[in-house]
Design a protein around this ligand. Structure first.
Ligand code: 4FV
Length: 237
């Protein structure tokens, strides 16, 4: 799977995504991540990429021409003759649907995701009309740039790609994977500050352990995120 990220701050993106699990997945070739500097596609002698909004108003807006030239270059570079590439262009935006694990699972089925990171007040609306397939938000709040949202999307989608995590089981039964929060987890030492690990977890009785985990997942969800239970009930699952 390939991620192409259009941004004014490529180092911000590569810096985060070259570390740890996602970094190792890139080195092993399981995923590819490339950041593209939109400023490289400005044909203005001052390399302008933003300007004031028509009609007045605060702040600066990213201009359409450099973004669309950058997008075209990505498409041209990644058109494998004959092979149909399943790709989507996503604008990280507070106006989008909020990213969920379910959406991440859907996005993990694509061959290529092209992510547009806004900055300042956002982008010229014609960019959204012309190249954006979907707007996705990481939450109902406003940031200074779309780079962190893009890294969050890459992280939560890439980890679902075969070969990124050591074991597929890592993302089965985790929070939100089945509409519930994950059960409590423990590791050594057995006793910590007078608190011990629940006995069932060292019983070796796998059926009882599974039962305890299901009960705890339901209990924690009811306690911390009852809204998820309502949603699960609505979906009848
Ligand atoms: C955002 C979010 C977000 C808005 C103006 C970048 C900023 C600037 N992106 N989820 N929430 N973006 O606040 O994705 O362009």
């Amino acid at each position: 799977m390939r991620f192409d990220i259009m941004t004014l701050f490529p180092e911000l993106v590569t810096g985060i995504l070259e570390e740890s699990i996602i970094g190792r997945a890139q080195k092993s070739g399981v995923i590819e991540v490339e950041a593209h500097n939109i400023r490289d596609y400005s044909e203005d002698k001052h390399h302008r990429v933003d300007d004031t909004p028509y009609g007045g108003g605060k702040g600066m807006l990213m201009m359409a021409p450099p973004i669309c030239r950058c997008h075209s270059a990505i498409l041209e570079k990644n058109t494998e003759d004959g092979k149909e590439i399943k790709r989507k262009t996503i604008y990280m935006s507070p106006q989008g649907q909020v990213l969920t694990q379910k959406k991440a699972q859907e996005l993990a089925s694509y061959d290529q995701l092209i992510l547009l990171c806004g900055h300042y007040e956002g982008v010229d609306y014609r960019v959204i009309e012309e190249i954006v397939d979907e707007e996705i938000s990481i939450g109902d709040y406003v940031l200074t740039g779309g780079e962190l949202p893009a890294c969050i999307l890459v992280d939560c989608v890439a980890r679902l790609v075969d070969g990124v995590l050591a074991d597929k089981e890592c993302f089965e039964k985790e929070s939100h994977s089945d509409g519930l929060l994950e059960y409590p987890q423990y590791t050594r030492p057995f006793e910590f500050h007078g608190r011990t690990v629940p006995e069932v977890l060292i019983s070796g009785h796998h059926e009882n352990i599974e039962k305890w985990r299901e009960e705890k997942a339901l209990e924690l969800t009811r306690q911390k995120r009852p809204d998820l239970l309502d949603k699960k009930g609505e979906q009848g699952s």
